[in-house]
Design a protein around this ligand. Structure first.
Ligand SMILES: [Fe+2]
Ligand SMILES: [Fe+2]
Length: 473
């Protein structure tokens, strides 16, 4: 059970480890200061209908209430440990899981935790101005829920750093509050987390695509031989599911609204749809292309010796490792990856151990595709012939095999001049972005929605359509 009488709510018996408790209590005011400076704009006094974890049980862990965000009970929650748990993959397969960090893996594991931890506050920073242009109270509440939970994910990683990495860990905990998304001198670690999230369409695409990268990273860390990391990530995954829902349903509602107006006006002319204040489907497709390609880069190079090492040493498994039926060592196994032969993209078999980044990316792509298929039911149901399509994996990439190539959404390698001529058909142009920005007015009357987005099918925690999710005071 989670103890909310503690200054730092937790289910790890923090009060029994005074040194650790004191270190985290010293970090807490710095975190709150960071939230004040970099959390959602001017939101300190809002009462927000938030869910808070009351247990780590998969069934019924959430409690809903109006809370001021600075009073949100950020804490440390791990899923229960399993008795007699063994390592399920790599060279240590079959040995007991680790309760402490083996010395030889210390710096690698710390780097993995810091890199994951850095994305959590980064996304809060990226999203901090969105509250000013919320399309509804419902959406505003969802944004804030995502933000407080990303803050809690930072807590989760800082707990591991403090508890298992000594002074180095405490220093990393400080640095996590010092880097800033997009800062020229001290940026966040990963490129995608230094991009702007300038509007709600980008926010929904980000939570659909990029939080889903989070899901796959956390899922492979949940397989880790280092049990505290595994248990931490398992609980984070339960929170992540809501972030993915926010993104997927947000885009689905924008598609629905556009299709409704297309039917009313009996047109698919983007100019007429824009005049009617909705986002035409080709523009939505361009945002899909952009966020899909930028997020793809987060998985790193197709061939990676680091990824192989993480696996053989037991630090990071595959997605759903325990459910896969092979030897969980991958000696002699192969995996198909893309390669370039002249001006063609081909596939070839490569030693599976070296392709684990690509494999995780492929697992993510399949999950994204399933979401896109669900989106496509919206136009299908409304009799609109348009269907969304993911671009080729090589499209608009900055990292790995395709980094120096120009690849069209259907997988043709293009000359740079042709790419330059056609890319405005495939990626949002400055004009597209300006149009989308122009729609972002603030709509916060209970039960009302901005013109470009449909109301959700049901309220959060089954609340009524006009429920006051946020009170501004
Ligand atoms: Fe997160
Ligand atoms: Fe998330």
């Amino acid at each position: 059970m989670i103890d909310y009488n503690e200054r730092i709510p937790n289910n790890v018996n923090l009060s029994e480890n005074k040194v650790l408790q004191r270190a985290l209590e010293q970090w807490q005011p710095s975190f709150l200061q960071w939230w004040k400076e970099m959390g959602p704009d001017d939101s300190g006094n809002f009462d927000v209908y938030l869910r808070t974890a009351i247990s780590v049980d998969p069934s019924g862990w959430a409690h809903f209430d109006h809370v001021k965000m600075p009073d949100y009970r950020w804490g440390i929650f791990l899923t229960p440990s399993e008795a007699d748990k063994k390592i399920t993959f790599g060279d240590h397969k079959g040995e007991d899981v680790w309760q402490e960090v083996p010395g030889e893996y210390r710096s690698t594991l710390r780097r993995i935790i810091v890199t994951q931890g850095d994305t959590e506050p980064a996304s809060v920073e990226q999203q901090r101005h969105l509250g000013l242009t919320a399309p509804s109270l419902y959406d505003l509440r969802n944004l804030f829920q995502v933000n407080v939970e990303e803050g809690r994910h930072l807590w989760a990683m800082v707990y591991l750093l403090h508890a298992y990495f000594g002074r180095d860990g405490r220093e990393e905990g400080e640095a996590l509050l010092e880097r800033r998304s997009g800062d020229a001198d001290n940026p966040r670690i990963l490129t995608a987390f230094n991009e702007k999230t300038p509007d709600w369409l980008s926010f929904f695409m980000f939570t659909f695509m990029t939080d889903r990268d989070g899901k796959f990273q956390l899922a492979s860390l949940a397989e880790s031989a280092f049990e505290p990391l595994s248990r931490t990530c398992k609980f984070m995954l339960t929170e992540e599911a809501h972030h993915l829902f926010v993104g997927e349903s947000g885009i689905a509602r924008a598609i629905q609204r556009t299709c409704e107006v297309m039917n009313q006006l009996k047109t698919d002319d983007p100019a007429r749809l824009r005049a009617a204040g909705v986002i035409d489907l080709p523009t939505l497709q361009k945002y899909v292309n952009f966020h899909f390609s930028v997020t793809s880069d987060l998985y790193g190079s197709e061939i990676s010796s680091n990824a192989a090492t993480y696996y053989t040493t037991g630090l990071k498994g595959r997605f759903e490792e325990s459910k896969l039926s092979d030897d969980h060592k991958l000696d002699g196994d192969s995996y198909e990856v893309m390669d370039i032969a002249g001006d063609k993209i081909i596939t070839q078999s490569v030693a599976a151990l070296s392709t684990l980044n690509e494999r995780l990316r492929d697992d993510w792509v399949a999950d994204v595709q399933a979401g896109v298929d669900r989106w496509n039911r919206v136009p299908e149901k409304l009799g609109v012939p348009f269907r969304f399509k993911l671009p080729h994996k090589g499209f608009h990439r900055k990292i790995g095999l395709f980094a120096d190539l120009c690849v069209s959404p259907d997988g043709q390698i293009l000359a740079p001049a042709e790419w330059a001529r056609r890319q405005t058909d495939w990626l949002p142009t400055a004009e597209d972005r300006l149009y989308v920005h122009s729609l972002m007015g603030r709509c916060v009357e209970p039960g009302k929605y901005a013109n470009w987005i449909a109301a959700p099918a049901r309220g959060i925690n089954n609340q009524a359509a006009d429920f006051e999710y946020v009170r501004f005071n």
